[in-house]
Design a protein around this ligand. Structure first.
Ligand code: NAI
Length: 331
């Protein structure tokens, strides 16, 4: 049996791993704590560590895992901006789940947009209180509007297909355009200038850090909607807040937030939130925030469990590691 410890777990994470673990001959111990410099030592005695989006796998964490003879770090997610891949090179291989359900994320982005635009979250609360007034619930047709999509990878393309179904015009920006996909590619500045709604579907890298900032916002149409289901730090949160206050931005649908690590996935309803920017953003009537849940469908969770366990099995049976993050490719 391969012994695996599992960081930052919640009950919904465990369901499919528990269902599949015997088939992959893996023994799992679940930890609620996130993986970081303080908790890395918990991995002592295990063969592999499984981690998630808000774990902090920096060089010190990697050094501690290495000292404790962890042979593999298996990310149960696609993004790996929270891993110091350089520090791991030559010490511990890192694998990930490159795709598990682009539909889950694209559909959630649309759910946020439809909710915020048509104000169904407000209507739901009102009608439960027998308030049948329609005041302030006016939205706009998506049909005929221009959607700007940043990143036309797996999720971006599913998102575009859904938007085409609404009869929207699509503009896309990607430094690596897809050849066999029917979409109009434009430069990032032009996308900002011409889009009614902008949705982010690119990874967080040094090139995309704060790609939505006061300068790019200045180029956008007045009343633009921004959707971010990718990574929080694609947006400069303070610039976003200021643009919402200035009524430049008409709406923001956020599944991710720059400083989400200590907050998202936890019940903070009885705690004092120290992050004034987040508190203020959440207080805005034209903002909807979900807690990094775009991936959360049964299909995605099953695929995450299956690919993670397969990655682990492949490593310990000396198979080729198709899903390894190599330092060379991550640069
Ligand atoms: P992907 O790798 O299939 O596509 C990413 C696309 O972004 C590629 O076409 C790439 O060329 C493009 N890209 C790279 N640099 C860019 C830049 N500077 N500007 C614009 N585009 C750029 O990835 P996938 O599966 O579509 O995922 C996209 C992102 O969604 C992930 O990186 C991850 O951060 C996020 N995600 C969020 C989830 C959630 O639950 N909220 C779940 C899964 C992924």
């Amino acid at each position: 049996m391969i012994r695996v410890c599992f960081y930052d777990t919640k009950p919904y994470d465990r369901i499919f791993f528990d269902e599949l673990k015997e088939a992959y001959e893996v023994e799992i111990e679940y930890f609620e704590s996130k993986l970081n410099q303080k908790t890395a030592v918990l991995a002592k005695g295990f063969d592999a560590a499984v981690a998630f989006v808000n774990d902090s796998i920096d060089s010190k964490t990697i050094a501690i895992l290495y000292e404790n003879e962890i042979k593999l770090i298996a990310m149960r997610c696609a993004g790996y901006n929270n891993v110091d891949v350089k520090a791991a090179a030559g010490k511990i291989p890192i694998v990930r789940v490159p795709a598990y359900s682009p539909y889950a994320v694209a559909e959630h982005a649309i759910a946020l947009l439809l909710t915020l635009n048509r104000k169904t979250h407000r209507a739901y609360v009102r009608t439960r209180d027998f308030n049948f007034s329609l005041n302030e619930l006016v939205g706009f047709d998506l049909h005929g509007k221009t959607m700007g999509v940043v990143g036309t990878g797996k999720i971006g393309r599913v998102f575009i297909d859904i938007c085409k179904g609404f009869g929207m015009n699509i503009l896309a920006y990607d430094p690596y355009p897809v050849k066999d996909f029917d979409v109009s590619y434009v430069g990032f500045d032009e996308l900002c200038e011409k889009s009614d709604i902008i949705s982010l579907h690119c990874p967080l890298t040094k090139d995309t850090f704060h790609v939505i900032n006061k300068d790019s916002i200045k180029r956008m149409k007045d009343g633009v909607y921004i959707i971010n289901t990718s990574r929080g730090a694609l947006i400069d949160s303070e610039d976003l807040l200021n643009a919402i206050k200035d009524e430049k931005i008409g709406g923001a649908c956020l599944d991710v937030y720059e400083e989400e690590t200590e907050l998202f996935y936890e019940d903070m309803s009885y705690k004092i939130i120290k992050d004034d920017v987040l508190s203020r953003i959440i207080s805005m009537p034209n903002v909807i925030v979900s807690s990094h849940q775009a991936f959360l469908t049964e299909e995605a969770l099953y695929n995450i469990a299956e690919t993670t366990l397969q990655n682990i099995e492949h490593y310990f049976t000396n198979h080729v590691l198709d899903n390894e993050i190599s330092y060379k490719n991550s640069k």
